[in-house]
Design a protein around this ligand. Structure first.
Ligand SMILES: NC(=O)c1ccc[n+]([C@@H]2O[C@H](COP(=O)([O-])OP(=O)(O)OC[C@H]3O[C@@H](n4cnc5c(N)ncnc54)[C@H](O)[C@@H]3O)[C@@H](O)[C@H]2O)c1
Length: 407
């Protein structure tokens, strides 16, 4: 029997040992799905803290419950380790390590290279390796394939290599790892076949594509689409502010069009570690080919300007209260550039003492009615207070109140 057929039959009868490299937001839920599908799963992570936490049945990821994790650990179906030699037991390896940006906005491929080196050192014939980390087109072929070939393995014959982007949206109550369609693109058709068979054991819908580059670019198109549309709606918020038109009313009305429009909302910039980063992977790759990705650059420019737009709003709101930004007490909510901006619990006392309360994220857990009731000034960048009863303080929206509004 060929190596491919042996591997396919191990996948089908669940005797394959599944490895997940990097046990964070992406890797841990994936490991859980494989375990639920009946596989023995080994999770490899370089962090002792993460590994010992997981082995004690405690999840550090919102989408994985302690109960689910503890159950598979106790049943011996999932084991986390920092010992890279355990990779020798793996028949399939999914890589979900970080792909951050350097300060210069160039890709930092250090984590992927370290993981690929470890796999190269421990790989054997008859294994499928799948990269899940978001990255620039060409990474799987240019960076991973040589590491496997340096170990004397021919990709497509001895080992199978594919890219399959993770599309998880942490905290989303409807779409999760299992029911979000999974894109898979292999270096060869055999690679696509094996990787598709692997994920089909535990995920609902598979979408095979013709190459690793296609699969890599699918993810970047999705997140560039979001970044560009957020950039557009952020610019609309600035336009509306200058025109004295309420941006939220414009968006809600436009969203009643049943076709040809998709709702995006403005905000104080882009959060998380996907949308602000991923398009720059593509922009970087295209710079190496002497092409400037103008939409990506412009969206990034507008989105990066939004924090300054909000700061101007806060200054304006305080000014109208005869206060300067300097010396004003504003509830701090962020951490940046390695500097800790200590956050405080949102108590009645804190809200009352603050000169301005700035809402930068619309969290369902926060009682915004209480904030509106008690705060002196609220600068609401997410329209979180639109449907609330008036409180004692003023609410300043991202867009100013319309002088034309009749209601
Ligand atoms: N979080 C998301 O919502 C999301 C969604 C889609 C795609 N992604 C992408 O998935 C990838 C992983 O993101 P994440 O959010 O899971 O990251 P994370 O920081 O939550 O987890 C990454 C884990 O990898 C470990 N790690 C680092 N180097 C390693 C190595 N050499 N070997 C083994 N483990 C190593 C870290 O200790 C950490 O536990 C990134 O490329 C990210 O862009 C993330």
């Amino acid at each position: 029997m060929q190596l491919k057929d042996q591997l396919l039959s191990k996948i089908e009868n669940r005797s394959a040992c599944i490895g997940v490299v990097g046990l964070g937001y992406v890797g841990l839920p994936l490991a859980l799905e494989f375990a639920k599908a009946g596989f023995k799963v080994i999770g490899y992570d370089v962090s002792e803290r993460v590994v010992s936490l997981l082995m004690s049945g405690k999840s550090h990821i919102q989408d994985v419950s302690n109960a689910d994790l503890a159950r598979i650990v106790k049943a011996g179906q999932f084991e986390a380790t920092t010992d890279e030699s355990r990779m020798q037991e793996m028949d399939a390896v999914s890589i979900a390590v970080p792909t951050p940006l350097a300060k210069t906005r160039d890709p930092d491929m250090g984590f992927v290279i370290a993981a690929a080196d470890a796999i190269g050192r421990n790989c054997r014939p008859g294994v499928v390796v799948v990269l899940e980390s978001t990255t620039y087109p060409g990474t799987t072929r240019e960076l991973l394939q040589p590491k496997l070939e340096a170990a004397g393995l021919t990709v497509g014959e001895d080992v199978f290599l594919a890219f399959s982007p993770e599309r998880v949206d942490p905290g989303n109550p409807i779409w999760n790892t299992k029911n979000t369609p999974k894109i898979v693109g292999g270096i060869t058709p055999a690679c696509t076949e094996v990787a598709t068979a692997l994920y089909a054991t535990c995920l609902d819908t598979m979408v095979p594509v013709s190459s690793t580059e296609t699969a890599e670019l699918v993810k970047l198109l999705e997140n560039t689409f979001r970044s560009v549309n957020i950039g557009l709606v952020n610019e609309m918020a600035i336009v509306c502010d200058k025109l004295g038109v309420n941006i939220w009313e414009v968006i809600e009305a436009a969203a009643t069009k049943p076709f040809g429009f998709m709702k995006f909302t403005p905000g104080p910039g882009i959060g998380g570690h996907c949308i602000p980063l991923d398009p720059h992977y593509l922009a970087w790759k295209m710079r190496t080919l002497n092409y400037k990705t103008r939409f990506i650059d412009l969206a990034s420019e507008i989105n990066s300007e939004m924090p300054a737009v909000v700061v101007r709003k806060v200054a304006q709101a305080l000014n109208e209260e005869r206060k300067a930004v300097n010396g004003s007490r504003i509830v701090p909510k962020f951490r940046e550039d390695g500097h800790e901006h200590a956050s405080v619990p949102l108590t009645d006392d804190q809200i009352t003492r603050a000169d301005a309360v700035v809402i930068v994220t619309d969290h369902s857990k926060v009682d915004y009615q209480r904030v509106v009731q008690l705060a002196k000034v609220v600068v609401d960048t997410r329209n979180a207070t639109a449907k609330l009863a008036k409180g004692k303080g003023r609410i300043v929206s991202l867009a100013s109140a319309s002088p034309y509004a009749t209601a």
